[in-house]
Design a protein around this ligand. Structure first.
Ligand code: HEM
Length: 405
């Protein structure tokens, strides 16, 4: 392997080479340096010229581990309602933008679809066959591009099958989902995709209410709590969220873990030989390079954290990526080390909105990485140029070209 071709671009710079705690690069590059809570310059963030009169609220970025934990735990002070003005436009009123008590009631209904029993059947009936089919396409070839051929397509296929979509509809579901989340690039196309998915899902929900099957839509259509059921709109908002929440994240986190392993062949070999290390390898991968670097909250009242006053109404960027590399919590936090002591990280968030799909993500990642490690003598292709993890809000390697025997 040519170790020289491996870089992790745009990693959070170390304290020494980034003395200014205020960064406007949009990525959680503010390490826990001068302060764990830093003012965020929204004008610089959005590139608004100084002479343009636009009223923007004061904003803050939370970068320290303890402070990120404090914010995420306290959903009453740090509201999620701000998502309504961004993602809500295309997803509908989804769980992400709900505060208590609405959030709790809704989550209790949705959670009924994510039982241990459901997880076991998804693993055997969906995830393994999907991963095996994809690996079969290159198993005898001796080389593959793991992102394109396996890690990118497998989670979206899994979600489509979990929802209960016909196989023939999976490509169009994937395309509409991508159009939905690339709304910033083309607003009209994003809205059209949102409407298309509404009609598409509503037809299936009506069918499943009349004739339930063994799939997620049927479970959601039947779910009941204290006499309450989910409406079509509520189910559709959840289904539209699943693609970005469940597929984009899992493809990126499993690619980042595979990158960590390929760039540390001793750890790859240790895991290949002892698969019981898989859970800690998965946690380390997602700590080290979370697929999603930050999430948003809005201060619902004046609040002070670490001596910084955050006025009511301020947008707050909560940086899981920097919390995960807080030097006061982890020794040598920039290193990928599957043998480090396991501690709670922030990649799945924490508190009321902590990721609902984290057990599913871990299971999917485990199945995919195990299948890859079964390829004999797996190694990064020495001819590969400049393989690295990149991205500001979302991070992953663009490709992982590998050789095997
Ligand atoms: C490694 C993969 C994943 C990561 C890193 C991740 C990360 C996160 C984070 C940070 C949040 C909190 C968002 C916020 O409060 O602003 C979240 C929420 C959520 N995630 Fe995941 N996620 C992953 C995989 C999945 C999967 C596979 C599913 C599929 C079902 C999923 C479904 C959800 C849902 C429904 C929520 C909203 C929960 C709520 O608001 O109560 N996630 N996830």
């Amino acid at each position: 392997m040519r170790a020289a071709v491996l870089h992790t671009h745009a990693q959070p710079p170390s304290h020494a080479d980034h003395p200014d705690p205020v960064s406007s690069d949009g990525y959680c590059a503010d390490r826990v340096t001068a302060a764990p809570v830093v003012p965020l310059d929204l004008r610089a963030e959005y590139g608004i010229p100084d002479d343009m009169e636009i009223d923007l609220p004061p904003a803050y970025r939370i970068v320290g581990y303890d402070e990120v934990l404090t914010v995420l735990r306290d959903g009453e002070t740090f509201s999620s309602a701000g998502y309504a003005m961004s993602m809500g436009e295309v997803f509908g009123h989804s769980i992400l933008e709900m505060d208590e008590p609405e959030h709790h009631a809704y989550r209790a209904l949705i959670q009924q679809a994510f039982t241990r029993k459901a997880m076991e059947s998804w693993e055997a009936d969906i995830v393994r066959p999907v991963v095996d089919d994809l690996v079969d396409n290159f198993r005898d070839r001796g080389h593959a591009e793991l992102v394109k051929e396996l890690l990118f397509p497998f989670p979206v296929t899994v979600i489509g099958k979990m929802i209960g979509l016909p196989d023939d509809d999976l490509p169009v579901f994937h395309r509409k989902g991508v159009e939905l989340i690339t709304i910033m690039a083309d607003i009209e196309r994003g809205y059209q995709a949102s409407l298309w998915l509404y009609d598409y899902f509503q037809k299936i929900i009506t069918e499943r209410r009349a004739d339930p099957r063994n799939d997620l839509i049927s479970v959601l259509a039947q779910a009941e709590l204290e006499g309450q059921q989910l409406t079509d709109d509520e189910i559709i908002a959840f289904l539209r969220l699943l693609l970005p929440a469940g597929a984009e994240t899992t493809y990126r986190s499993s690619s980042n873990l595979m990158y960590g392993l390929l760039s540390n062949p001793d750890q790859l070999e240790a895991l290949r030989k002892d698969r019981s290390l898989m859970p800690q390898a998965i946690e380390e991968g997602v700590r080290w390079e979370p697929p999603l670097t930050s999430i948003g909250r809005t201060a619902a009242r004046d609040v002070e954290i670490e001596g910084v006053l955050i006025p009511k109404g301020s947008p707050v960027s909560v940086c899981m990526a920097s919390a995960n590399r807080d030097e006061s919590r982890w020794e040598n936090p920039d290193a990928f080390d599957i043998f480090r002591d396991q501690k709670q990280h922030m990649s799945f968030a924490f508190g009321p909105h902590m990721c609902l799909g984290m057990h599913l993500a871990r299971m999917e990642t485990s199945v995919a990485i195990n299948a890859i490690l079964d390829l004999p003598n797996l190694r990064l292709d020495p001819a590969a140029e400049d393989v690295h993890i990149s991205g500001l809000a979302f991070r992953a390697p663009a490709g992982l070209p590998v050789l095997f025997d």
